[in-house]
Design a protein. Structure first.
Length: 205
């Protein structure tokens, strides 16, 4: 996982509540064994019409949101099943931060493991941000150093994040990386276990 200290880019608006993981990445696309390639299917049933053409009514297909790196959404984002593919799809599509009033617990954990910054803000702040970002390209920076979102029009909104999760994001540490920080101790332990203890020698003599 790459370290994330700040996320800067266009803000895309998805003004919908209770967006579940099956809507983020439908179940028929979960057959891949890699963690990449899911971005093409992000919000597939909303982004595309039954004939495969783009649905111009879906917000993320609007030209002002092209290349967006920050997604702002409604309450309870990422609810439903625990599939980590939802975070993978968002990341593969290009999003590096998601702002919402609240997230499903398992989804927010998957974001941290994928390198996506999940930012929880009060409803009023989210609604104000949606108004600013609708209808035109609107840029912002989610800064983990200052714990502040800085907007192109001068608006600044502070946010909170778990200190341990912040440390992991800023240092590119997922669960595997955290384990490998203790690789020396693990190696020593394994070497010690490879030597038969004295009680085994006594029992076999």
């Amino acid at each position: 996982m790459k370290a994330v200290r700040s996320v800067a880019g266009v803000v895309a608006v998805l003004d919908r509540a209770d967006v579940d993981t099956d809507q983020i990445i439908p179940k028929q696309f979960l057959k891949r064994i890699e963690r990449t390639g899911y971005g093409a299917f992000l919000f597939n049933d909303w982004r595309f019409r039954p004939d495969g053409s783009l649905n111009s009514d879906f917000p993320l297909n609007r030209p002002e949101f092209d290349g967006a790196r920050i997604l702002v959404a409604g309450r309870n984002f990422g609810c439903g099943s625990s599939r980590e593919h939802a975070a993978w799809a968002l990341h593969d599509y290009g999003f590096r931060a998601v702002i919402a009033p609240n997230f499903a617990d398992i989804f927010i954990g998957n974001c941290y493991q994928t390198g996506i910054v999940p930012v929880q803000l009060p409803d009023a702040d989210v609604e104000a941000l949606m108004r600013r970002a609708s209808g035109r390209p609107y840029r912002a920076t989610v800064d983990l150093e200052t714990l502040e979102i800085q907007f192109e029009d001068g608006l600044r909104i502070p946010f909170q994040i778990d200190p341990f999760r912040r440390h992991c994001l800023m240092n590119g540490l997922d669960d595997i990386s955290l384990t490998l920080e203790h690789e020396g101790a693990i190696t020593r332990y394994e070497a010690e276990q490879a030597v038969a203890p004295s009680w085994v020698e006594s029992a076999t003599s």
